[in-house]
Write a new protein. Structure first.
Ligand SMILES: C[S@@+](CC[C@H](N)C(=O)[O-])C[C@H]1O[C@@H](n2cnc3c(N)ncnc32)[C@H](O)[C@@H]1O
Length: 328
């Protein structure tokens, strides 16, 4: 981003906000840059190298707002609108993304709203920026703002938001797990990678003998939706913005999960394996693990390696449900 601005011969403002922040050595020399990052592992890596992070924007405005793309179109456009809202009059909105993330398409979209765009293409990526000249099309930004607002999944009471997992439907794998979730789960229970709370909602409705349910989720926006979705339950619920791969703070009688197996766009089986390992380490003796996974994912071996006794409860064309127990 610095190189981009330097090559264009544009002065770089001292203060900048970075939406979707990720650390990079080139940013180290920036006098005052703050990041916003809803994903816990990325937020942690941003802070680990000494950068400041904002959680809520309140009224802050910056002369430069940088944007990296989100996972979905709606999310990225909503982030453009968020950037617009945080820009000082006359400020610059800059974005950078790989061509494979739709850089050309997003550049055109931004130009629709701003009317001016300066673009650089390099390393199979595009960096582009627009300057607020007082003539930006606020109607377009309004449309994008609306894309980022909380909404309901149709025919349900579940609140979701663009960018979070399964933001317009109930995940069919989670639904299969729901169909097989036993009512006898009891005591302290954890939902790992809890998303907007579909499995937690079901656990709380179906299992009367639960004392405490802890949701662990990396995406702060999903957790905010889960808070709304579970508001009607009277049980003790803990909401943890947490990277599960770093371990859990407690131990549990039962753990339920639909573990992630993507990092960004890429398949990452190790992420799912890390979830299994942490789950296994966090079960009390006699504790139960129940999970759903795509059939081709090699989680049985990971359960064996963790010393859990496991069995397959069911499978369909796409998913399998595995149940495991910590016997020792
Ligand atoms: C397959 S989704 C399941 C979501 C939810 N349980 C459901 O059934 O709809 C996996 C979830 O794990 C979350 N996740 C990904 N990496 C994580 C990590 N390192 N720690 C905690 N949660 C993570 C994702 O944000 C996503 O919400």
């Amino acid at each position: 981003m610095l190189a981009f601005d330097g090559e264009q011969g544009v002065a770089i403002p001292e203060r900048a906000l970075f939406i979707g922040a990720q650390p990079h050595p080139a940013l180290k020399t920036w006098p005052e840059i703050v990041g916003w990052q809803p994903l816990n592992p990325l937020a942690a890596s941003w802070e680990r190298v000494g950068f400041k992070r904002v959680e809520n924007f309140s009224d802050g405005k910056w002369p430069l707002v940088l944007v990296l793309p989100g996972k979905s179109r709606d999310e990225t456009l909503a982030w453009f609108a968020m950037a617009r809202d945080r820009l000082e009059p006359g400020g610059k909105l800059a974005a950078a993304m790989p061509n494979t993330a739709g850089a050309g398409r997003f550049e055109k979209e931004l130009c629709k709203a701003t009317g001016n765009i300066t673009s650089l293409q390099k390393h199979k990526c595009r960096a582009f920026h627009a300057t607020d000249d007082g003539a930006w099309n606020e109607e377009v930004f309004n449309e994008w703002r609306a894309l980022g607002e909380a909404r309901k999944i149709s025919n349900t009471h579940f609140t979701v938001q663009a960018g979070i997992f399964s933001s317009d439907h109930i995940d069919p794998g989670s639904q299969l797990l729901a169909d097989y979730l036993p009512a006898h789960l009891h005591g302290d229970v954890a939902d790992l990678g809890a998303g907007w709370g579909f499995l937690s909602d079901l656990i709380l409705k179906r299992c009367p003998n639960i004392d405490q349910l802890d949701l662990f989720e990396a995406d702060a926006r999903a957790l905010d939706c889960a808070r709304l979705n579970l508001a009607a339950h009277l049980k003790k619920i803990g909401f943890h913005w947490h990277d599960v791969t770093t371990g859990l703070p407690g131990v549990y009688d039962a753990i339920v999960m639909n573990p992630p197996f993507h990092t960004g766009q890429a398949t990452d089986v190790d992420l799912g394996r890390a979830f299994l390992k942490v789950a296994s380490a966090s079960l009390k003796r006699g504790g139960k693990l129940l999970l759903v996974a795509n059939r081709q994912l090699p989680y049985e071996a990971a359960l064996e390696a963790s010393g859990l006794a496991w069995r397959k409860i069911t499978e369909d064309k796409i998913y399998k449900i595995l149940s495991a127990e910590k016997r020792t």
